[in-house]
Write a protein that binds this ligand. Structure first.
Ligand code: AMP
Ligand code: ZN
Length: 433
């Protein structure tokens, strides 16, 4: 097995010992920031208390609100002049959460990212197109620097302008892409609408991530674009992409445990859950000097997959993210996650890519409506076919979410589609009647 980094081949014992040393250093480093001086100070834990990686559990959690309240530089653990890069998370309300990096931090991040790309078969001979926003969003520069580190010819294509994206893909013989799942499907379908075959495009690898998506969605992307699609997970607070990534086995995402400690906790009590149970992912940086973050509550729901991975790496695997703690909505007493809806919708071949869940409050009751784009060829069918499809979708949704939503079938490309992460739920229940 050819690894990009020696750490990929470490055994459990080496990983655990390294984690213990790095955690201790991280706590010492974090104490240099005003925020952690106070936050860790209150908990009374000092670096000397960290003897094993499991001692991470002695430390207090860090939440998004902590980061917001410390805006802009309360978590800086080095003098400001040592910072060379500013990023912020994609949250749309309130103060952003800022993450700054030193040059060493950026180098480590680029190495982690290059490691992910190498793991799925990318090499320096690849031509890589990064179809992601290049602003504060870490999927732009984060992925970009990883591809350059690996030595690929790297194209910072950004988002939008589908025709230009396709022109570059063809003219430069792009072999690997980074693309948000919802945009991947849009790209493929807009070619099909033009009577062209997206499978004839040169790319053979797609890195997909940044937003939750189901296995059904991945398979669709693979089929439509004729690629192998690998799930890429990350969040700004932990750098961005390069935190956990699928290997060739496409069964769970290896968390790079030489750089992070991952835990799964009960979202309500904060107690650590036994391996294999679904809960909230909590992450700690182990190598970051500029801005260490300890036990960050990601709000993302997942679990550790049991057993060894056929690829041989023993860095533990996370199951694909099934949603966010705050994604869940309740209608008529049923707890529902958008990904449950997606899973049902994507199992219907008649259904196209885009859907929207609309929640409304009418006549003193909550109502759920699912708008579903149907493929062009089915839309021309007679009404009976569509009515039957509508009923079948509603009934399958009922089996999954335990209530029957109203299903509206709409024409392809008629639902709003942004350039960034897809918005799947429109909750209008708080709006004035
Ligand atoms: P940001 O820090 O703005 O890049 O957003 C990070 C968030 O995006 C994560 O906490 C997840 O909720 C979501 N996310 C990123 N990658 C994935 C992925 N592969 N699958 C599901 N959700 C993801
Ligand atoms: Zn593996």
């Amino acid at each position: 097995m050819q690894y990009y980094a020696a750490a990929e081949g470490w055994n459990r014992e080496t990983i655990r010992q390294t984690q213990a040393v790095r955690l201790k250093n991280t706590v010492a480093q974090a104490l240099r920031s005003p925020f952690y001086k106070e936050h860790l100070g209150k908990s009374g834990v000092s670096p000397a208390d960290i003897r094993s990686c499991d001692d991470v559990r002695l430390l207090p959690f860090t939440t998004k609100d902590h980061l917001r309240n410390a805006y802009p530089d309360g978590l800086f653990a080095v003098p400001r002049e040592e910072m060379v890069r500013f990023h912020a998370s994609s949250g749309t309300t309130g103060a952003p959460t800022v993450i700054c990096h030193t040059q060493d931090d950026l180098d480590t991040w680029a190495d982690l990212m290059a490691r992910c790309m190498h793991m799925v078969g990318m090499r320096k001979t690849d031509v890589f197109q990064n179809i992601a926003g290049y602003g504060l969003f870490t999927g732009g520069l984060g992925i970009h620097c990883g591809a350059e580190r690996l030595g690929c010819l790297t194209i910072p294509a950004g988002v939008g302008n589908t025709r230009r994206q396709l022109m570059i893909i063809r003219d430069m013989g792009v072999t690997a892409l980074h693309i948000i799942p919802s945009y991947a499907l849009y790209l493929g379908n807009s070619l099909m609408d033009n009577g062209e075959d997206p499978r004839s495009l040169p790319p053979r690898i797609a890195l997909i991530g940044a937003e939750p998506h189901t296995e059904e969605m991945r398979r669709r992307i693979e089929y439509l674009l004729g690629v192998k699609a690998y799930n890429s997970y990350g969040l700004s607070e932990m750098n961005g992409p390069g935190v956990a990534f699928e290997c060739l086995a496409q069964n769970g995402l290896h968390v790079w445990e030489d750089a992070f400690i991952a835990e799964i906790v009960d979202p309500d009590s904060g107690e650590n859950l036994p391996d294999g149970e679904i809960g909230e992912l909590v992450m700690t940086t182990l190598t970051r000097r500029g801005m260490p973050v300890i036990r960050y509550r990601t709000r993302d729901l997942t679990r550790f997959l049991p057993g060894p991975c056929p690829c041989g790496r023993v860095h533990r695997r996370l199951e694909r993210i099934s949603g966010r703690v705050d994604d869940m909505f309740i209608v008529k007493g049923c707890n529902i996650y958008p990904m449950q809806v997606e899973q049902v919708l994507m199992s219907f071949p008649e259904v196209a890519e885009n859907y929207m869940i609309i929640l409304e409050h009418k006549d003193s009751m909550d109502h759920m409506r699912v708008q579903v784009e149907v493929r062009g060829e089915y839309f021309v069918e007679d009404m009976r076919v569509l009515t039957s499809l509508q009923k079948r979708i509603a009934s399958r949704l009922r089996d999954e979410i335990l209530m029957t939503p109203k299903v509206d079938l709409v024409e392809p490309n008629s639902l709003p589609r942004g350039e960034g992460k897809a918005k799947r739920v429109d909750d209008r229940r708080q709006e004035a009647p």
